[in-house]
Design a binder for this molecule. Structure first.
Ligand code: SF4
Length: 377
């Protein structure tokens, strides 16, 4: 089983918190799409004939593509790779792009899952984050997509927004529940250095939300969604029964994936590869036959630590037998004291063959994982 990720590196405007790779100039869009198709052809053996079970258009803003462009990319992928007839094909879409006609067009493509970048149902938050859409567009995008037959919709929400009162956050989550989406990804706002918020923070104009308030919002999110039939299968991801993101789950379960487009990452089991995060240089490299990318061969230590870091964040947890078979490490013995400490503090559960985080543990997932790295960096 394998996946393909396609990075569409264009956005209408820069959201103040965003540190993904994108450009607000669409001048090179046609050349970019041609370069992505060429890259797919150049790298058609990367997945070694594994069946592609998921295709994911991410960005940037893939909903800036029209239906013809989406068809062209997918036809090309279907021609060069073995794609399962039941593949999950996700397109990230911003609400302001999801007009009635656009949704009709999208429904005629093989895209069968929409990831709608709602972020908040409140205009104040959307304005503050410099999102291109407003609250009523978010509402319309979800309803119209549902009415036109999209049965697998995920939305993104952001919490820990300065000025977002706790009860208002709850209203945001409740609104998502009421809209009957199948999946919700919720992220705590982080202030990254090279973003507009990062610059405002450096000038002392904004302050991040206190950890306690952030944790309170996370726990309320979890409780409200669980009461409404959602399963938390990863720290930031919640779904109705059997509606997990197959694409993201494959990242966490070690499946191989090919990343196309600038800044896209690939993984083939032994190494990671990432394309240059620069539109002009990406296109030039492909056009001239010298694609620009970096490769990292993953040593055993890195693979072990990555497994712990990703799996501990999921509801599947860390498989003790897998660590023994793959790395020859009996974590229950080598980390006995550390595991007991976290268990006594109510942060971890160890049962038979699996190590999982408790609710409190979810708040400290990354720290616990790094403390459990068997080979310290
Ligand atoms: S639309 Fe998405 S990728 Fe583009 S700037 Fe906003 S958050 Fe970043």
């Amino acid at each position: 089983m394998a996946g393909i990720y396609i990075h569409i590196p264009f956005c209408k405007q820069a959201c103040h918190y965003c540190d993904f790779h994108f450009s607000t100039s669409l001048r090179s869009k046609d050349r970019m799409l041609a370069a992505i198709l060429s890259e797919a052809q150049l790298r058609k053996t990367y997945l070694e004939n594994q069946t592609v079970e998921t295709i994911y258009f991410g960005g940037g803003t893939p909903s800036l593509l029209n239906a013809d462009e989406i068809h062209r990319i997918l036809d090309w992928i279907f021609r060069h790779f073995t794609v399962s007839p039941s593949a999950e094909i996700t397109l990230e879409a911003n609400p302001d792009d999801l007009t009635y006609l656009k949704i009709l067009e999208l429904k005629r493509t093989p895209v069968n899952r929409l990831s709608i970048g709602v972020q908040s149902f409140r205009n104040e938050d959307l304005l503050w984050m410099n999102r291109a859409h407003n609250a009523s567009q978010a509402d319309y995008a979800i309803k119209c997509s549902q009415d036109r037959g999209f049965e697998n919709i995920t939305i993104d929400l952001i919490y820990s927004i300065p000025g977002l009162a706790h009860h208002t956050w709850i209203q945001n989550v409740q609104k998502a529940v009421d809209m009957e989406v199948q999946h919700i990804s919720a992220y705590s706002l982080t202030i990254e250095a090279k973003t507009a918020f990062g610059h405002q923070y450096a000038r002392g104009e904004i302050q991040p939300v206190a950890d306690t308030a952030s944790e309170e919002q996370f726990l309320s999110l979890r409780h409200l969604l669980q009461r409404n039939g959602f399963e938390q299968y990863e720290v930031s991801n919640f779904c109705k029964p059997n509606m997990h993101s197959r694409h993201n789950s494959s990242y966490w379960t070690g499946a191989h994936y090919l990343g196309l487009g600038p800044s896209a990452h690939s993984f083939n089991g032994t190494g990671r590869q990432w394309n240059i995060a620069n539109n002009a240089q990406y296109i030039k490299g492909i056009e001239e036959g010298f694609p620009m990318f970096e490769v990292e061969v993953l040593d055993e230590k890195t693979r072990y630590n990555e497994y712990l870091m990703t799996r501990l964040r999921t509801s599947w947890g860390v498989d003790v037998s897998y660590l023994m078979h793959t790395f020859g490490v009996d974590i229950l013995s080598t980390e006995k004291e550390q595991l007991e400490t976290w268990q006594n503090n109510g942060l971890l559960l160890v049962d038979n063959n699996t190590i999982r985080l408790t609710e409190q543990g979810l708040l400290h997932a990354d720290r616990i994982a790094s403390d459990l790295f068997i080979v310290k960096s």
